[in-house]
Design a binder for this molecule. Structure first.
Ligand code: PAF
Length: 284
């Protein structure tokens, strides 16, 4: 497995792999790898012969009050996980090589960036779209794998790729969950033992919403109120949003429709978690 922080070197390695006839896959991450990331690598390796995993804690997607400085960076464990997963190349650039002094070019996906996560994390998606576009320009992958856990992020990246005619196929892989249902996330390490127990309420309230809709509830506001009430029944949970939306546009709904997505962002103690569930009603 090659490990490099140099843009020129990753380009050289990718070009050599291409010359050997390999398809190129990219798995962009911020490190602190968990089984969710490993499942992205496995999916990537099923589809292409050369997998580049990027590790870069991207400062431009964190607001000043967010957890950039304390974001976990277990680099040795990450490299071991990459080796075990069969990654071909780890690209882990320095901030200064991706954002040198005077850097001033940004990618903004209008509309999608200001909804939900964008409302609570202004500027976040500008940072995400910019870094992902830059990584695509460096790695030139044929495919790139993302987890569906960051539901809005993958929607935004798919839109960016469409809008900018980027020649990369976006592969979205299912959320990997702990046995009790908590979605795996690098931020779960912040949870205290009691917060960790409480955190399962996010996936539970999504299931509650799904049950209500499957049982024939049509009033989306009523379902959202039930989700919120279940979340807020826990004293250390602070809800930012708990909504049912259109799965493509993420726009609000008044009535249920055949396909919807439930989305939640909430603080459990000091830790901000997100989760979602795609909800499909049987055709009548
Ligand atoms: O999902 C993440 O880990 C990050 O947002 C990403 C896509 C690697 C961009 O920094």
């Amino acid at each position: 497995m090659d490990v490099t922080g140099e843009i020129g070197e990753v380009r050289r390695l990718v070009a050599a792999a291409r010359q050997r006839g390999c398809g190129i896959g990219c798995v962009p991450t911020m490190g602190a790898l968990h089984p969710g990331h490993v499942s992205l690598v496995a999916e990537c390796r099923k589809r292409v012969d050369y997998t580049v995993l990027t590790i870069f804690v991207n400062p431009t997607q964190f607001a000043p009050h967010e957890d950039l400085n304390k974001y976990p960076r277990p680099i040795e464990a990450d490299l071991a996980a990459c080796r075990a997963a069969g990654v071909d190349c780890v690209f882990m650039p320095e901030i200064s090589s991706l954002y040198p002094p005077g850097y001033d070019t940004w990618v903004t996906v209008e509309g999608m960036s200001s909804l939900l996560e964008g409302e609570f994390r202004p500027g976040h998606f500008r940072g995400v779209a910019t870094i992902v576009a830059k990584l695509f320009n460096i790695v030139h992958p044929d495919i790139a794998c993302f987890g569906s856990k960051d539901y809005q992020q993958q929607s935004l990246i798919r839109q960016m790729v469409r809008d900018l005619n980027q020649p990369v196929e976006i592969v979205v892989c299912p959320t990997i969950r702990e046995p009790d249902g908590l979605a795996m996330s690098s931020r779960n390490v912040y949870l205290s033992p009691s917060d960790r127990e409480t955190a399962v309420v996010l996936s539970r309230s999504l299931r509650t919403a799904e049950q209500a809709l499957l049982s024939g509830e049509r009033d989306v506001a009523a379902v959202e109120a039930r989700m919120r009430a279940e979340l807020e029944s826990k004293p250390n949970v602070r809800v930012q949003y708990a909504v049912i939306r259109d799965p493509v546009t993420l726009q609000p709904l008044t009535e249920s429709q055949p396909e919807m997505v439930g989305l939640i962002a909430a603080y459990v103690g000091q830790t901000r978690l997100i989760d979602h569930l795609t909800i499909r009603l049987p055709r009548s």
